[in-house]
Every structure is written in structure tokens, then in C-alpha cells.
Design a protein around this ligand. Sequence first.
Ligand code: ADP
Ligand code: ADP
Length: 225
Amino acid sequence: GQTLALKGLEKRYENAVAVDGVSLVIRAGEFLSVLGPSGSGKTTLLTMIAGFENPSSGQIMIGPQDVTFVAPNKRNIGMVFQRYALFPHLTVAANIAFPLRMRHMSESLIRPKVEAALAQVHLGDYGNRYPHQLSGGQQQRVAVARAIIFEPPVLLMDEPLGALDKKLRETLQLEIKGLQQRLGATVVYVTHDQEEAMTMSDRVAVVANGRLAQVGSPLELYRSP
Ligand code: ADP
Ligand code: ADP
């Protein structure tokens, strides 16, 4: 993983300030959750880190590199969305292979990587299926496999388990945590589920109205009034 540093990040819209001066250093290999109610600016924050939106002001550093205005596909960031966002017309294998093909990796290297990724997310036999033939949990596993296939140093997840039932959520929490630790990836994990944030994270950043209200380890947050 690599250190992710946010410095005075702001996103202003005409009638709203979505992110209002967020400064935070997320250590290499750290699992940080961003916890807050709907409308508190979580998605906007993640979208700026991913590069899909430019900040109104502030700076984003990944390791030594200033990526504030670098194109999304040049940031070396993996991203998982709540609604999977798989390509419906591509097979599971082709979905997972997509980021490698974007990077012009040769087919002979892609195949073993896709095979390994399928095994890692317990979908060894599903490579030739299409997304609509999979359950919600399986689709989200594919989305996770696609996000980690190029071993990104930074992994962003926006409520990745929000659409799943509680039991499946708990299973996938463990799986995601395991994959993250094996990769050593720096993770920013958006959720509005306090329990999820507390069980998965090294630190939790609580946001309200676009600002950081509190940042600390689960234990520190639990103890504070
Ligand atoms: P969360 O992910 O915590 O639900 P968002 O980042 O989606 O919060 O939104 C934060 C605030 O910014 C909200 O008040 C939302 O209405 C506003 N907002 C988000 N995107 C836009 C946009 N494209 N134009 C105007 N306001 C927006
Ligand atoms: P396309 O028609 O776009 O080539 P495929 O699904 O045939 O889509 O293959 C996508 C990529 O995934 C290819 O690089 C291929 O080598 C790999 N691949 C295809 N099927 C499997 C599978 N069952 N297990 C592992 N890798 C696969």
C-alpha cells in the first residue's frame, strides 16, 4: 500500500458544500472507514480521491505523487461501488480482466491472473458466466476481484455491501478484510453502518456536513463520550 494524504479538500456546488475542508493522512496498509449519514459528503470525498470529480480546492497525494488532477486510470486506484457496476455484456472473467486489458497486458499473463482472482473470491467455476446469472453476493465478489486484479496500492469502496443481507454482509466483510491484508492495500471504506466500520477498520473517520467530526481507532471512538 501507499500513504494517501488529503489536504484541505473541498467540493463546492452552486447550492451546497459537499466536502468542506477535509485533511487526513491514511497510512500505507491502513483500513480507514468513512462513517456518516446520508448527505454528509462520503461519496463526493471518494469520487474526488478516485478522480471522477475535481476538488474545488485542496490536494490529494498518493505516496510522493500529487494526483489531484491526474486522470482516474492513471492513479493506480481500485474501486468498488455499491451496485457492483459490472459490464453486463462481458463474462465474469472478462469483467475481471478488464483493468488488465486497459493496461495492455498480454493475454498469456491475463489468464493466470484472472484464474487466481476467481479462486480468491471463491468463484473458480464462474468465469464463463454473465453477471445476471450470479447472485448479488457473487456479483459483488466479481467487483472486488476486478478492483484488486492489478494489485492497486489504494482501494476505495463505496458501501460495497450495502445491497446485501446481513449474513452475507458479515461473510464478505471477512473476505474483504482478508484480501486487503494479503494485498497490503490502503483502504478507504465508505459506510453508514457503524458496526461495520467498527469491526473492519484500523481507524474510523466520522463525517458530518462535509467535515471530519472525529477520527480515531474503534476503541478510541467507543470510549469517547
Ligand atoms: P453521502 O455520500 O454522504 O450520502 P454525498 O457526497 O452524496 O453524500 O453528498 C453530499 C452533499 O453534496 C449532499 O448535500 C448532496 O446533495 C450534495 N451533492 C452531491 N453531488 C452533488 C451535485 N452533483 N450537485 C449538487 N449537489 C451535490
Ligand atoms: P473475451 O471474449 O472478451 O475474450 P473471455 O471471457 O473469453 O472474454 O475472456 C476474458 C479474459 O479472461 C481472457 O483474458 C481470458 O484469458 C480470461 N478467461 C476466460 N475464461 C476464463 C476462465 N474460465 N478462467 C480464467 N480466465 C478466463
